[in-house]
Structures are given as C-alpha cells and as structure tokens.
Design a protein around this ligand. Structure first.
Ligand SMILES: *[C@@H]1O[C@H](CO)[C@@H](O)[C@H](O)[C@H]1NC(C)=O
Ligand SMILES: *[C@@H]1O[C@H](CO)[C@@H](O)[C@H](O)[C@H]1NC(C)=O
Ligand SMILES: *[C@@H]1O[C@H](CO)[C@@H](O)[C@H](O)[C@H]1NC(C)=O
Ligand SMILES: *[C@@H]1O[C@H](CO)[C@@H](O)[C@H](O)[C@H]1NC(C)=O
Length: 455
C-alpha cells in the first residue's frame, strides 16, 4: 500500500501534467525553442589551462558565435545530404591505406581517408607558429592528420579563407619534416604520405569522400591552444594545394586514433568535447589528463577492423518516453562509431525501426511530414508547446545517457536518427545526440565517458 503522503504526491503530480507530459518521460518545450537564435549567448568559454586540462572554445561554423565564416548557411536539406554521404562512407567500411595493383605491387593510396570536410560543423580558434597566428580550424574525429592551408598557394589552388594564408617562411618555429625521418615513415605507413625523395621534405596528401583533397608538406611548428599552453613540435600538413570545397575555414584538427592526431600529440591519453544544444551557444574541446573526471558515466571503447581512425560504443538498449524498446542485444552488435562530423545518428535496421515506431506513437499528436531522406519529421508550426518524449540510450556496461530535449532528439523538426544498414553493421552516433554532453574519448584506458549538461 502506498502511504497517504506518497498518494497525495502522486495526485498532485498527476494534476499538474498536460497530456501525459511531465510524468518524467515526456517534456513540454515551447515551440520557440525550435527557432534558430541569431545572437551568440550562453556562458563564455575562454581558452585556458586548468590543472592538466586545456579548454578551447568550440562553435558551430554557421551559427552566430562563429567568426563570420560563411555568408550563406546551407539549408537543412543540403547539410543533411552531406552528413548522410559521410555516414554512408563511414559505414560502408571503406578501408584506406595500401591498395594492390594488377602486378601485385602494393602502392600507398592516400585517397582512402573517408568522410568529408564540408559536412564538418564545429570550429575552434588555435594559433600556429611564432609569432602565434590565430587560425580557424574544424575539428574532426574522422581524421588523424591536421592541416592548414599554407603559402605558397597559387590563386585558385586553395579554398578561399577569411584569415590570410599561413606563411611558413614568416614563422620562426616552422620546419618541414625530412623525408627519411621516422615521422615521415609513420605518415606513409598510416597512408597519409604522398612520397618523397631523399633530401626533400616529406609529402602528405589527403583525399576526402567529397572529392576535396589537400596536398603539401608534412611540417612541424608550435601550436598554441590557449595562453601559455603549447605543443612545441606539432606535426601537421602545410597544404599548398586544395581542391573543391569553398569552406572558408583555415584548416582542420584531426582527433582520430592514429599517432598523427592532436589527441595523440597532446598528452596522448585522450580528449573530450562538448557540442552545445544550439548553434547560438559555445561548447568546448578539452585536451589532457583529467584530474577529477566526476559526473561521467563510462562505457568500453571499441574499434572497427580496417578503420583505425575511429572508436566505437555499443548500445544495449534504447528507451523512448519511459518505455524500453523490445530489442535483443544482437540488434546493436555492430557497434557505433562516435563521430563529431555526422549530424544524424545511423542505427541498424531493426533498432531503427523499433525506435521510429515508438517515437511516432509518442508524437502522434503532430503532423508527420516527409523530408527528403528522413522519414520522421514533423510540421510543428502553429503549436505553442510541443510535448517530446525523452530518449535514453544505454551502452554496454549500463552507462545511460538521457538525450537533451529537444535539441539532442530533434533537428529541424526531424528525429535525429536514420537507418544506416543491416543488423550487425556498424552504426554512427551523430553529433545531434551528443549535444550538451561532454564526450570523453579516453583512448589510453579504452573507454568513453559522457557527462550531462556540460555546456
Ligand atoms: C507518461 O505519459 C505518457 C502519455 O500519457 C504515457 O504513454 C507513458 O506511459 C507515461 N509514462 C509513465 C512512466 O508513466
Ligand atoms: C578549474 O577546475 C576546478 C576543478 O575542476 C574548478 O573548481 C575551477 O573553477 C576551475 N577553474 C577555472 C578558472 O575554471
Ligand atoms: C583515462 O583514464 C585513466 C585511468 O582511469 C586516467 O588516469 C586518465 O587521466 C584518463 N584520461 C583522460 C583524458 O580522461
Ligand atoms: C506546416 O503547417 C503550416 C500550418 O498548418 C502550413 O502553413 C505549412 O505549409 C506546413 N509546412 C509544411 C512544410 O508542410
């Protein structure tokens, strides 16, 4: 028997609910929260070192906090198409590295680095060289090697960018990596090399899935992450030729698992980031050992054969509006790559269909409208409030995250999940679901951490 006190609490609770909202499994959100804000707001994130961790602000490159990188923001349809191409590329398991030709000779093919640059969304400002010059770089968990566009780059050879092209000849701490060095050998082994001859600098080349490519000199220079926090010899590619994409940022910071990545070069043990709920707020990138990792839930980190850049989590369950989906663990057996650059999460077939049907049922009060490749989008115009079911993802080991409502669940009125492939294939945990969590990639301990409400 429930005590009278408990009963009266339950009664009160029930009276205050609106259409089932507020019972803990649904959240009523004002529809104004779906409109993009035009002013940068929220807690200021400063680049700074705290203990052994350095924090660098991250902002969405098309949001009002960005240093006006783009004059025309791509439509949601365009953004989604790019993101979906990235997802397809990743889950197709495209391997990179050595390719065998007809004569049996193995040739290093730098053209197999997956993903695409133009789908990347979050940028940071870091400084290269001496004097330290600020550069706007996209972060990418799907790349290892970082790069900047550098002089000389004859007109039309580099993408237009806002800052002046980085000039290595005016940077006193710059040097090209020699061809016969261990670093150059490693670069070649990791399939980012573009060959070199003795006495010449080490070449690098990266081709992305969106037919962008960057080619140039493997280099090292001082990298300043925050005042007083530097990587003395940061290895990166100085790109003298760059094709295709008019992206307007100056370069890229690779956060993959190979030794060329920023995470490996700074501390080596891992990194974390927090992507903000909305594009009008800043998030952060954090590097270095964490003294006190409190507030995190942890789950084991896995890998995908043939794709050494990526790290995975494995789901064990999904809860929608307080009800656990009836799914066997085998529905999630392929794992999910945690990716900063894919927008909409890709789930395996059976899991996606169960999620979609539970979500549609929970949202049946609203008009379902088709939207290109996404099949669960709503027309929410005309509603003052929208009642959104909570979605919880439980990972192997029991770590559970409650996705932010509504910004971790809905993007442009669409459920931020899509079907990515058959059961057993690898899925991708996209960046909408990751919003507001500090996502910690602890590569030395091989575990992922998630901390709620971190930005
Ligand atoms: C919360 O309310 C919704 C809508 O009335 C209902 O479907 C759901 O079962 C409720 N959840 C719990 C845990 O009571
Ligand atoms: C540094 O970290 C400590 C412990 O996490 C925190 O209490 C303190 O506020 C932080 N300092 C700054 C300047 O952010
Ligand atoms: C990773 O985990 C190890 C062991 O728990 C810890 O010592 C280390 O600081 C962690 N690294 C990061 C980046 O959190
Ligand atoms: C959404 O609903 C409004 C109001 O009913 C309507 O005017 C508008 O055309 C609809 N938009 C779409 C994309 O269906």
């Amino acid at each position: 028997m429930a005590s009278p006190l408990l009963l009266s609490i339950l009664l009160c609770f029930n009276l205050s609910t609106v259409h089932g909202a507020g019972n803990g499994s649904f959240v009523t959100v004002p529809s104004s929260s779906f409109e993009p804000e035009t002013v940068c707001s929220g807690a200021i994130v400063k680049p700074e070192q705290n203990g052994s961790t350095v924090y660098v602000p991250l902002v969405h490159r098309h949001g009002p906090c960005a240093p006006s990188l783009s004059t025309n923001t791509p439509s949601f349809a365009v953004m989604f198409r790019r993101s979906h191409a990235r997802l397809n590329y990743i889950v197709s398991g495209a391997t990179r590295g050595m390719e065998t030709y007809g004569d049996g000779k193995k040739v290093s093919v730098p053209a197999h680095l997956g993903t695409s640059v133009n789908s990347l969304e979050y940028v940071a400002k870091v400084s290269f060289g001496t004097p330290a010059l600020p550069q706007i770089v996209v972060i990418d968990t799907g790349s290892d090697l970082s790069w900047l566009q550098c002089k000389p780059c004859s007109s039309g050879q580099c993408s237009p960018q806002k800052d002046p092209l980085f000039d290595p000849s005016h940077s006193s701490t710059y040097s090209a990596v020699p061809c016969l060095s261990d670093e150059c050998k490693k670069l070649t082994a990791d399939a980012y090399g573009s060959g070199c001859t003795n006495g010449k600098p080490c070449g690098f080349a990266i081709s992305y899935a969106d037919v962008t490519s960057t080619v140039g000199t493997y280099s090292k220079n001082k990298l300043t992450l925050a005042p007083g926090t530097i990587v003395k010899n940061f290895y990166f590619g100085c790109g003298h030729s760059k094709s295709s994409v008019r992206h307007l940022f100056d370069g890229l910071l690779g956060l993959g698992r190979l030794s060329e990545s920023l995470g490996a070069q700074y501390g080596g043990g891992g990194f974390s980031y927090c992507l903000p709920a909305v594009n009008s707020k800043p998030g952060f990138l954090a590097l270095g050992a964490r003294r006190n990792p409190s507030g995190f839930v942890f789950t084991p980190m896995g890998r995908v054969p043939g794709q050494p850049t990526f790290s995975t989590v494995t789901l064990s369950g999904i809860t929608v509006g307080g009800k656990k989906l009836d799914l066997r663990p085998s529905a999630f057996s392929g794992g999910m790559i945690v990716d900063s650059g894919t927008v909409v999460t890709g789930l395996q077939s059976t899991a996606y269909r169960a999620l979609r049907s539970a979500f549609r049922k929970a949202m049946e009060a609203y008009r379902l409208v088709p939207h290109g490749d996404l099949d669960t989008c709503y027309n929410l115009t005309g509603y003052k409030n929208v009642v959104v079911p909570k979605i919880a993802m439980t990972f192997s080991g029991g770590a559970t995250i409650n996705l932010d409502v509504p910004n971790g669940i809905l993007v442009n009125g669409c459920l931020a999940f899509a079907e990515s492939g058959q059961d057993g294939s690898t899925g991708v945990l996209g960046n909408v679901n990751q919003r507001t969590f500090e996502v910690l990639f602890n590569t030395s301990a091989s575990k992922f951490g998630f901390r709620a409400k971190a930005c």
